[in-house]
Design a protein around this ligand. Structure first.
Ligand SMILES: *Cc1c(COP(=O)(O)O)cnc(C)c1O
Length: 355
């Protein structure tokens, strides 16, 4: 089997491309009079000053994040949500029309959307009925034009962790491309991250996010972790100042607040278990899928009708009933105790069609 070589995976024109060199690339010092970036030296239209361009590589954040994640700052890429590294890794590696990616439905929708926007072919290898990887079928689907395999664990919308051995088998047998392990919900699971394995596997990119356990969805801040060479290439093709100064400041001032993350994970996981026991007692519940995340996939007797009823009552869940292997299922985010109680009360009052 061929061994991993990033030069063969990255699109050739990107290897030779000269990236935009920003003012903050060309002079990185902090002291001095700055007349190099056409900023407004007087100040800002807001009470707080935002007149200077932010650090294009967010080094201050990465220095603090690396020890939390057990990696080096040079192995981190920060993006405008996880959406950004998802799009960038496709654009970095996939030649439109020629190359393809493999995704494992039912899974997160952005992999398919990003590939489609870039006119990149998508091979879909469905998960098994218990939402695990069909390893043999995935390996069989790999062809010389396959560049990326996206694995989401815990998986959205099903909630379960994907078997670690199966992920390792894919990683070990796919040296011609990159395996993206999306760990957006890793904080809620007992499962170890793949980040500590990065030195062992140069064909892996791990995704995490500040949008879920950290409670910062509005800031739009996603993380990608990979070998230094791959991170350098992502930096080469990103927008120069992709993480704005307000976001960098808000995170930097609060990145030590891991207690918030731990406490909310504990609370939400407890709330999830209470929600499960309540849902179990309802006659309209057919199956509650095991979850290691802050949401539940639940199969109901008549999902669409229940979904519409809840909307009428101003309680919004996600209708996944048209998604492959998710017949009659709704995805319910775990709420506060009060919110969950309200949901259960509404479901108790629900009148089935044939009653
Ligand atoms: C929520 C989620 C993300 C995070 O997206 P952001 O763009 O960082 O908010 C990534 N992957 C999956 C599977 C998700 O469900």
């Amino acid at each position: 089997m061929t061994s991993f070589n990033l030069q063969n995976i990255v699109r050739q024109h990107i290897l030779s491309l000269a990236p935009y060199s920003s003012a903050r690339d060309e002079y990185t010092g902090k002291e001095g009079i700055f007349l190099d970036a056409n900023e407004n030296p007087i100040g800002s239209a807001t009470p707080e000053n935002w007149n200077r361009y932010p650090d294009p590589y967010q080094w201050a954040i990465k220095e603090k994040l690396a020890p939390l994640k057990g990696c080096r700052p040079s192995q981190i890429f920060l993006g405008n949500g996880s959406d950004e590294p998802i799009d960038l890794i496709i654009r970095l590696t996939c030649e439109p029309i020629e190359d393809n990616i493999i995704i494992l439905p039912p899974t997160y929708g952005m992999y398919e959307v990003s590939a489609s926007v870039n006119n990149v072919e998508i091979q879909k290898i469905n998960l098994t009925s218990d939402y695990q990887i069909d390893t043999y079928k995935v390996l069989e689907a790999i062809n010389p034009k396959t560049k990326l395999i996206f694995i989401c664990s815990p998986n959205n919308p099903t909630g379960n962790v994907i078997d670690r051995k199966a992920i390792l088998t894919i990683i070990e047998n796919f040296q011609q491309g990159i395996v993206i392990v999306d760990e957006a919900y890793n904080d809620f699971a007992d499962e170890p991250s793949f980040i500590p394995e990065l030195d062992k596997f140069s064909n892996v990119m791990v995704l995490q996010t500040f949008s879920k356990a950290w409670g910062l969805a509005s800031l739009r801040l996603g993380m990608a972790f990979a070998g230094e060479e791959l991170i350098k290439l992502l930096n080469k093709i990103k927008y120069p100042y992709n993480i704005n100064g307000l976001t960098q400041k808000a995170l930097l001032e609060n990145i030590s607040n891991v207690d918030f993350v731990k406490t909310s994970v504990k609370t939400l996981n407890q709330n999830r278990e209470s929600l499960i026991s309540e849902l179990k007692t309802l006659p309209i519940t057919e199956k509650i899928y095991p979850s290691d995340a802050n949401f539940l996939l639940v199969r109901f007797t008549e999902a669409k009708r229940i979904f519409d009823y809840l909307i009428e009552q101003k309680l919004i869940v996600r209708d996944r009933s048209k998604v492959v292997l998710c017949d009659n299922s709704l995805r319910i985010s775990v709420g506060t105790e009060e919110e969950n109680l309200h949901l259960i009360n509404l479901l108790k009052q629900y009148k089935p069609l044939n009653s």
